[in-house]
Design a protein around this ligand. Structure first.
Ligand code: ADP
Ligand code: ZN
Ligand code: ZN
Length: 843
């Protein structure tokens, strides 16, 4: 038709063939972007934000993200061609690319490192990526129209469980193998995965339906009834199926069938009569891949009605948002901050934008997700680090497709492809775990989320019962808005806190190992009333070290300058820094005595002793060692929630965001090590930890109490905890920060120099510090000094701290200078093998 119409007109002039180039971000720590040439036929398909496949180096083939398209050939090298385009539409949005660039600049890393951290690996391909047959594709039965090359690949995959891209390239002896891989993915004949261990495992349900001819052909169904009449059980199955799937009303319903389990659960029907019907060919069984995030999640519950003070807080927040982009909600534990967030999210949803709700890893439990799903249904996406890679890719794609308008997620959710954010909530904003230590990008999700909100003109609400000093300072200086909630929801009161002097109890001989008489009595009382107890000890394992009574020998790690922790459950000595472990020796390797004693105590020992002290109590431990498996964390919480366990012992994991109504006592077993930690934030952290863990007690009607064990009850921090005196803490801390030049008055950058040889590490650090001092000034550079733990993983460490003034400082140029000094250092032959790690705003 169109050809006919065009016939009468002169042919259009051939469009000019422009030569285009694309700058791409390779998922590698490269200092700059590489430019590739776009083949003419792909000019329309290569867009900023799509993945393309390129060759990098002699052999490597990788997928990467297009960051820019232009007409400038690189001046210093011959651009290679892009091999293929993977996406029809961008999978990285424009505001996201701007954010990634900010992260790379601010945290002094490469864009490749950012992309690598950002993209779920299901969205990354490389020559090491592997493909396998789609679990639901059966080449013998399913008839697909395949090109000869595609057939060749399928044939090879029938004989090999998986093939790498490189192997497929060899198989086809040609370059354009991507085309066929892509086509086979689209036909759902193959899938790609990164490592064998992380095979794509789609979620599958077993379904059944009537075999087609019973539905399609007139009268067949009736005949079937007659046939089955002598077999009442099978007839029942048929009737029950027809009841749930009324095919006599609409034969198309049959195609979808129903889940097999839907027929057997809550019914007298047995799986065996269903199976018999399948064997007879009456029913057919089939598998269906389903989404991990069910789509039929209609909101089932309206949000709770806000109390008067919650409403007031909400109105104040909305009022402040008119003038300010960022507001802090300072609400005590149990004041119901979550309900206020939910209300604000609802409000923002009406405006149509996207919403990100950030939570620290550990607080993102089934508790909160269930609460949110009830209100937001299938608009809610969840992004969690315990999720498999495929689940993450599904959330990523779901945001792009507009399926998830609200996302609740952990730290790495700041990398998700939002393009139209209207509200960002950062709950528990004081949490140190928002900062990623290793590897690069060493970003803080709080700062990153604030920047993301800024780039998309969204509002940000931070929330905490114990705000970070930096955040509160921003409110005090009026840059950010501040809203307070000073009371707990409902009848609940803040718990009463009592200090126990361990020294005194030891003199009076009332200590039972690590439990004071006071704490033990309080526990017995509460348990008798069928209430629950949380115990906090900031150390996992059985004991932080062991020592020989005869000769004082202490086992140390082979690779690190730390003592080995004793883990009783597997009778092992273990390093918490590098993972090195060995069998616990029976006698002292130094003197042969059999008097090895464990010193200090960790959560495992607390659990162990409780079993003796309170034999009737069900005790559960929650720490890194008991929560390694995907669902163990959820399970421990569920058991405690359901009252299966009476006492929960744990590390910091028990302090965060949990909401149990039956907990009436919290015990802090050893407060002193937390307060005396050598760090300028130690007091802030101690206050936050104590108040947060205390906040788990008495959240509903039951009056709660907290017992803190210490050797130094005079320590001023306790008074502030007991009186919930956040302002007192803040005023004291901010004065110290000003006096000794710490954040928020300066920006800190920590540079760690690492080398296998102690002297080389030291010399390199001295050279680096000198160069930095020359460039940035004497006041700005501290060190080098040997950190508290001076050797980790066989590398000796040296640290330099840089303090940059907040005002009158060109941050970008200072960072440029730092990068340059590090670059220069590595050019020196002596220091080539030195590793230098830069951490901006170290936590
Ligand atoms: P926070 O995060 O401030 O510590 P939560 O949001 O967990 O506090 O709320 C504490 C408890 O009070 C929860 O059990 C919550 O369900 C309940 N709660 C808070 N606000 C309301 C409300 N408006 N209606 C009913 N229950 C509420
Ligand atoms: Zn000894
Ligand atoms: Zn070690």
């Amino acid at each position: 038709m169109s050809e006919l119409l065009n016939f009468n007109y002169p042919p259009e002039p051939a469009t000019e063939r422009v030569t285009l180039f694309a700058d791409v971000i390779l998922p590698l720590p490269l200092p700059k972007l590489y430019t590739y040439r776009i083949p003419f036929e792909m000019n329309d398909d290569v867009l900023v934000g799509v993945r393309v496949i390129v060759q990098f180096g002699a052999k490597k083939v990788l997928s990467c993200i297009v960051a820019d398209i232009h007409e400038n050939a690189p001046p210093d090298y011959q651009a290679k061609y892009i091999l293929d385009v993977l996406d029809d539409t961008p999978i990285v949005t424009a505001p996201q690319l701007r954010l990634f660039k900010w992260i790379a600049d601010y945290y002094m890393c490469t864009l490749g490192e950012v992309i690598n951290a950002a993209l779920p690996s299901a969205l990354k391909l490389s020559s090491e990526s592997r493909i396998q047959l789609h679990p639901h594709y059966n080449p013998e039965e399913d008839e697909l129209i395949l090109a000869p090359q595609e057939e060749k690949i399928i044939f090879a995959l029938q004989n090999n469980p998986a093939l790498t891209f490189t192997e497929i390239a060899t198989l086809l002896q040609g370059k354009s193998y991507h085309k066929y891989i892509k086509s086979l993915i689209q036909k759902e004949a193959i899938i790609i995965f990164e490592q064998i261990s992380d095979k794509f495992a789609p979620k599958v349900v077993k379904k059944i339906r009537l075999t087609e001819h019973f539905v399609q052909e007139e009268g067949m169904l009736e005949e079937l009834f007659n046939q089955l009449a002598p077999q009442p059980k099978q007839l029942d199955v048929l009737l029950s199926y027809l009841q749930k799937v009324p095919v006599h009303q609409d034969i198309n319903l049959n195609y979808k069938g129903i889940e097999k389990s839907a027929l057997t659960t809550n019914s007298h029907l047995s799986a065996s009569s269903i199976n018999t019907l399948v064997k007879k060919g009456v029913l057919e069984q089939f598998d269906q891949i389903v989404s991990r995030f069910p789509l039929d999640n209609e909101p089932k519950q309206l949000p709770m009605v806000l109390s008067e003070y919650q409403l007031k807080a909400k109105d104040e927040i909305l009022g402040l948002f008119k003038e300010k982009d960022t507001v802090l909600l300072h609400g005590i534990t149990g004041s119901g901050k979550t309900e206020v967030y939910i209300d604000l999210i609802k409000h923002a949803l009406e405006g149509g934008g996207q919403i990100l709700y950030l939570l620290p890893e550990i607080a993102l439990t089934a508790q909160i997700v269930t609460r949110l799903i009830k209100v937001f249904g299938d608009k809610l996406g969840v992004y969690h680090s315990k999720f498999s890679d495929n689940e993450r890719a599904e959330v990523w794609q779901g945001i792009l497709a507009g399926r998830f308008q609200v996302v609740v997620g952990v730290r790495s959710a700041v990398f998700l492809p939002f393009h139209d954010l209207s509200l960002v909530i950062i709950d528990e904003e004081h949490e140190p775990s928002y900062k990623q230590y290793d590897p690069a990008p060493r970003y803080n999700a709080r700062e990153t989320a604030l920047m993301m909100a800024h780039l998309q003109s969204a509002k940000t609400l931070l929330g905490s019962a114990t705000p970070s000093i930096e955040t509160y300072y921003n409110c005090q200086t009026n840059r950010w808005g501040l809203v307070n909630m000073h009371q707990r929801f409902g009848e609940a009161q803040l718990p009463e806190t009592e200090l126990v002097n361990i020294r005194e109890e030891q003199l009076r001989k009332t200590m039972h190992s690590h439990f004071s008489g006071k704490l033990l009595t309080a526990m017995e009382e509460r348990l008798q009333r069928n209430e629950q107890v949380i115990l906090f000890q900031n150390r996992r394992g059985y004991a932080p070290f062991i020592s020989c009574d005869e000769c004082s020998w202490i086992p140390k790690c082979k690779n690190c300058a730390v003592s080995l922790s004793y883990h009783k459950y597997n009778n092992e000595l273990r390093c918490h820094y590098c993972g090195y472990h060995e069998q616990m020796p029976h006698d002292c390797p130094a003197c042969g005595a059999t008097t090895l004693k464990s010193m200090g105590f960790g959560t495992e020992k607390v659990e162990d002793e409780l079993k003796l002290l309170l034999p009737n109590a069900e005790v559960q431990r929650m720490d890194l060692d008991t929560t390694k498996k995907k669902n163990s964390y959820q399970q421990i919480i569920a058991d405690f929630e359901n009252g299966k366990t009476n006492v929960l012992v744990g590390t910091q994991m028990v302090t965060k965001g949990l909401d149990f109504e039956n907990v009436s006592l919290v015990g802090i077993l050893n407060a002193d090590t937390i307060i005396n930690f050598p760090d300028f934030r130690a007091h802030e952290r101690a206050y936050q930890l104590f108040v947060q863990v205390s906040g788990r007690a008495g959240r509903k009607s039951k009056a709660g109490s907290v017992v803190i064990q210490t050797r130094d009850p005079q320590q001023p921090i306790f008074r502030k905890v007991i009186h919930n005196d956040y302002l007192g803490l803040y005023e004291h801390e901010i004065e110290e920060r000003l006096r000794f030049s710490y954040p928020p008055f300066v920006r800190m950058i920590r540079i760690t120099v690492k080398h296998a040889d102690e002297r080389t590490a030291e010399n390199a650090a001295i050279v680096l510090a000198k160069d930095l001092t020359d460039r940035l000034g004497k006041q700005q550079v501290l060190g080098p000094e040997v950190p508290y733990i001076f050797r980790i993983r066989n590398m000796f460490l040296q640290e330099i701290h840089i303090k940059l003034p907040r005002e009158n400082m060109n941050l970008k140029s200072a960072k440029g200078q730092i990068a340059q000094t590090i670059f220069n250092l590595k050019l020196m032959p002596d220091f080539k093998a030195t590793r230098v790690v830069t951490d901006v705003d170290p936590a």
